[in-house]
Structures are given as structure tokens and as C-alpha cells.
Design a protein around this ligand. Structure first.
Ligand SMILES: Cc1cc2nc3c(=O)[nH]c(=O)nc-3n(C[C@H](O)[C@H](O)[C@H](O)COP(=O)(O)O)c2cc1C
Length: 336
């Protein structure tokens, strides 16, 4: 079976690319992912806020010590004796590159254009094969126009493209008024790939304590349907790679997003819950299905269910909503 996939300008041995997760903090877990068949790995994100907090902490120490003696300066800490988040991240990029034979994609979550650019260059120099931007802007300012919000993504991408030469993948949220147009604009601005969709963790309300609580609720396979839908709409219409992320647990889930047109399939919770070796079962599952269906290569069926390929493209549009409602069966004993 030929499972090769093109992603961010690279040829991968299969479409399975574990997404950013704590697994990439451990060399051993990453080796197990590679042994189980991972074609590339996306690292956990480096958060700009964490780097800034380190810088602030290191800036405070000397300024709060009024030594009065030049000799006493030698007691002040040296920056390199206290590696911060950034140092550890760059070390991990280098260690993963030295350990693994598969591409390593670094991930950044920045808040300022400067932060993105500075750290992007550093991860490139540390040896990363690509860069994922974990773009997590909540358009919380209700006076900000959608075009301004969208422009922020395009500006960051444009500036980064001028500074780094490794391919850039953007992990996007579904919260755009016109996701198709957004992806097209990113494509025109030079994004190498997009991953659909980033998963947000909305705070819940603790009604006894009257406070917000932050919980990490695992995704479900049905979460993948939104991404599947948009991948089907975008396949063949943009030049950048398209990755599916969120809610992919089984070979069947992966086959669906590939049929919609995904170039790669990302998993996080499935691997955290079942272990890196679960990847092998997913890869074997795809192989078995392909054999049953008479497909020899992934490209024999990739995009077969995209909007451009299905006989009835309206099935991906509003009509589907009407059909789904009309087809709903009333459970017994339910009033309506
Ligand atoms: C414990 C944990 C840590 C994560 N860390 C990151 C991260 O650092 N950067 C990132 O972009 N996504 C991160 N994610 C999100 C995942 O990469 C993924 O997009 C999300 O969990 C949905 O995919 P899934 O349904 O396969 O889990 C994290 C998810 C979990 C559960």
C-alpha cells in the first residue's frame, strides 16, 4: 500500500502526524510514536507569555540587589545558569532532531508580532523542519472589525515569511465568518498549510463557588465533522496543505477526513489515552480498508468525497440542514 502524503512541501511516509501535546516533551514518547509509524511530529507550543515571564524574572533579580560592591556582582545569577522556557524548548527541538528520523515541527503561540518573529528564527536555527502557529486569538474586543482580526493573522504570516525559510503551518480556529476566504487569503500570503480546527477550552461556571473553572474536556469523534466539512469544501481549491485535527480516534475517523481531502491527520487525545502504539492500529486499519476497497494508494481516494467530487455538492451546504431535520426520527414517548 502506498500511504505517502505530501505535506508542507515534504513527502511523508503516511498521513499520520501527532499534533502538539505533552508527548513531545519526552524523547522516549516521541521514539515510540516514530516506531508506531508517525510520519512527522508537531511539538508542544512555546508560549510567548512564558518566555516573557522568564525574562521579567531574570530582569528583576539584579535590579533588586543593591550590592554597593563591584565584587558582590559576582554573586548575581548568570542568565545561562537558569534556563528558561525558551532555552528548554530550543534544547528539545535539537534533541528531537538528533533522536528522530522524521520531520519535527515546532509550535509557537505568540501574542506580539515581535515575539512570533524572534522565537520563529530561534526554532529554525535549532533545526525545526517546519513551524506551526497555534493562533489562538479570541476576538474579545467587540469593537474590533472582523477584517482587523483577520488582518492580524495575515500580517503575522507575512512578517514571518520574510524572516524564516522553513514552511509555516497555521492551526486555525473555526470562528471566522468566512473560513474559506480566510484560508484562501492565507494561501495567497504564503502559508504552507492549515490545520482545521484548533480546539478551544471555554471556562465553565462553578455554580456553588460562583467562580469560573477551567477544565480540559476530551474531544469526541463527532468534533471532527466540522473540520471534515471544511476540508471537503477546500480540497482542490487552495494550494496549501490541509490537516485535520480534533476528534480523530480511529482508522474510520481518519479515512473520513482523507476522503474529504485532508493531506494529513493529527491526533492528540487518542494517543494520550491509548498510548503512542495506537497509531500502528490506525495505520493498519487504513491499510485493511484500502485492501477491501481495492485502493492501492492514498491518492486513489483522497478527496473522493470533497465538495468538488461528490455528485451533489449541495449536500455540503444548507440543503443538508433541511434534510437532516426532515430525516429526524422522533424517539418513542417524546412529545415532538
Ligand atoms: C494536554 C494537552 C496539551 C495540548 N497542548 C497543545 C499545545 O501546546 N499546542 C497546541 O497547538 N495544541 C495543544 N493541544 C491541542 C491538541 O494538539 C489538539 O489540537 C486538540 O487536543 C484536539 O485534537 P484531539 O481531538 O486529537 O485531541 C493540547 C491538547 C491537550 C489535551
Amino acid at each position: 500500500m502506498d500511504l505517502t502524503s505530501q505535506w508542507l512541501g515534504m513527502t511523508l511516509k503516511n498521513p499520520f502526524v501527532p499534533s502538539a501535546s505533552p508527548l513531545s516533551r519526552s524523547l522516549d514518547a516521541c521514539r515510540r510514536l516514530e516506531d508506531a509509524g508517525a510520519a512527522a511530529v508537531v511539538m508542544y507550543s512555546l508560549f510567548e507569555e512564558a518566555v516573557r515571564a522568564d525574562d521579567e524574572r531574570m530582569g528583576i533579580v539584579p535590579s533588586h540587589q543593591d550590592t554597593g560592591h563591584a565584587e558582590a556582582d559576582s554573586y548575581l545569577p548568570f542568565r545561562e545558569d537558569f534556563p528558561g522556557e525558551l532555552d528548554l524548548y530550543l534544547e528539545q527541538v535539537a534533541a528531537l532532531k538528533a533522536t528522530l528520523g522524521i520531520p519535527v515541527i515546532a509550535s509557537l503561540n505568540g501574542i506580539t508580532a515581535n515575539g512570533w518573529i524572534r522565537h520563529a528564527k530561534e526554532v529554525e536555527d535549532a533545526g525545526a523542519d517546519g513551524l506551526e502557529l497555534n493562533t489562538y486569538y479570541i476576538a474579545g474586543n467587540i469593537w474590533e472589525e472582523p477584517t482587523q482580526v483577520e488582518q492580524r493573522y495575515l500580517t503575522v504570516l507575512q512578517e514571518l515569511r520574510e524572516q524564516v525559510s522553513i514552511p509555516i503551518n497555521m492551526k486555525l480556529s473555526p470562528f471566522f465568518s468566512a473560513i474559506g476566504s480566510m484560508v484562501r487569503k492565507l494561501d495567497q500570503t504564503g502559508v504552507a498549510g492549515v490545520s482545521l480546527f484548533n480546539r478551544f477550552y471555554q471556562p465553565d461556571i462553578d455554580i456553588d463557588g460562583l467562580r469560573l473553572q477551567h477544565t480540559l474536556t476530551p474531544s469526541r469523534p463527532s468534533d471532527a465533522l466540522l473540520a471534515m466539512h471544511w476540508i471537503a469544501m477546500l480540497h482542490g481549491r487552495v494550494g496549501c496543505s490541509i490537516g485535520a485535527t480534533g476528534g480523530i480516534y480511529s482508522a474510520e475517523d481518519a479515512i473520513k477526513v482523507l476522503l474529504a481531502g485532508a493531506d494529513v491527520v493529527h491526533q492528540c487525545h487518542a494517543l494520550l489515552q491509548k498510548g503512542p502504539e495506537h497509531l500502528e492500529a490506525m495505520i493498519n486499519g487504513i491499510g485493511e480498508w484500502m485492501e477491501q476497497m481495492g485502493f492501492e494508494a492514498l491518492d486513489d481516494f483522497r478527496g473522493r468525497m470533497s465538495q468538488a467530487s461528490v455528485q451533489d455538492p449541495s449536500a455540503y451546504e444548507r440543503l443538508n440542514y433541511i434534510r437532516a431535520i426532515a430525516a429526524r426520527k422522533k424517539p418513542d414517548g417524546v412529545w415532538r
